[in-house]
Write a protein that binds this ligand. Structure first.
Ligand code: FVH
Length: 288
């Protein structure tokens, strides 16, 4: 008999989590603010609780996947969590995660914070992973159930760390998407179709450029390489053409300009012979 689990929140992600637990044979109690959401779960055996307290009473592991931190607060505040393990997979800031950990402990629960690195259809598939932070023994205790959702990636005892890692990856993703949106705007400004550009050039180019990230991380951890294949002075000089071209094509350059300013700051600070890793340090000492 698999251990019972509770899922609070049946949005797109909470529904995917509940479906994965049900598919793995876990007795799964679900609660959602708006009753009756995701009716397909009923045929899969989900047990619907009408109150949060009833849902939490149903089993030791309570997985929370709601919209934002305020929602988590208003859902859990005042509820007795004695003897429960709360795993909060709601997107949060590190400070919010730490606050939820404190409130969960005060209400009698063990707490893990999590950051889901998957979209709903990926849940239960090999490409999905979830960052966890908090007491590692709590993760180990519930690992068999949590592995059903995605590969657990434990990042440390500070409950804010999973949120930090999650936000770091989302920041990288949105930076990449922002760059891609700008590229697509340039192509549409030419009147040409975007699909061949995307499939034949954009995706292969971004994929090739991603391979430079490990050496950037190596430089950050162990010091700069002696020579850079693409030095910053060269990159900063060429970058002006990116902004000028955007303006000439009638494309708003606002997604590009901060990177150009940062490169110029790096050159001005004497990093012109180095590579892009110099920008990381500058981001931690913002300009006045
Ligand atoms: N879906 C995704 O691609 C991403 C993947 C990575 C992780 N995120 C985070 O997961 C959290 C939930 O996201 P979601 O996709 O399930 O979001 P929705 O489909 O919009 O469902 C939202 C649920 O939250 C409930 N809710 C909203 N406000 C309240 C409230 N004041 N009190 C109680 N529950 C509330 C909502 O209930 P209802 O509107 O059906 O009554 C849904 O259950 C999120 O943190 C993502 O960033 C997803």
């Amino acid at each position: 008999m698999k251990s019972p689990v509770t899922v609070l929140g049946l949005g797109a992600m909470g529904t995917a989590l509940a479906r994965a637990f049900l598919a793995a044979g876990h007795p799964t109690t679900v609660w959602n603010r708006t009753p009756g959401r995701s009716p397909e779960l009923d045929a899969l055996g989900a047990i619907r609780a009408t109150t949060v307290a009833d849902a939490i009473a149903a089993g030791p592991l309570v997985v929370v996947c709601l919209l934002v931190d305020d929602t988590v607060r208003s859902t859990l505040d005042g509820v007795d969590l004695t003897g429960r393990t709360v795993v909060n997979l709601t997107n949060s800031t590190p400070d919010q995660a730490r606050g939820t950990a404190e409130r969960a402990a005060a209400a009698g629960a063990q707490y893990l914070d999590g950051g889901i690195m998957a979209v709903p259809p990926m849940i239960g598939t090999p490409g999905a992973f979830i960052f966890y932070s908090g007491p590692q023994d709590v993760l180990e205790q519930h690992r068999p159930a949590l592995e059903v959702l995605a590969r657990p990636a434990y990042v440390g005892t500070d409950p804010g760390l999973a949120a930090l890692y999650d936000i770091a990856l989302l920041s990288a993703m949105y930076g990449m998407f922002g760059g891609a949106q700008h590229a697509l705007a340039l192509i549409t400004s030419s009147g040409n179709p975007t699909e061949p550009f995307t499939n034949d050039f954009l995706v292969p180019w971004l994929t090739a450029m991603l391979t430079s990230l490990p050496s950037m991380a190596r430089e950050l951890d162990h010091g700069p390489a002696t020579t850079a294949d693409s030095n910053l002075s060269m990159q900063a000089a060429a970058y002006e053409n990116l902004v000028t071209t955007a303006e000439r094509q009638g494309v708003d350059p606002r997604l590009l300009t901060p990177m150009g300013e940062l490169m110029q700051r790096a050159v001005d600070a004497g990093h012109g012979d180095g590579g892009l890793s110099a920008l990381v340090g500058l981001l931690r000492t913002p300009a006045d």
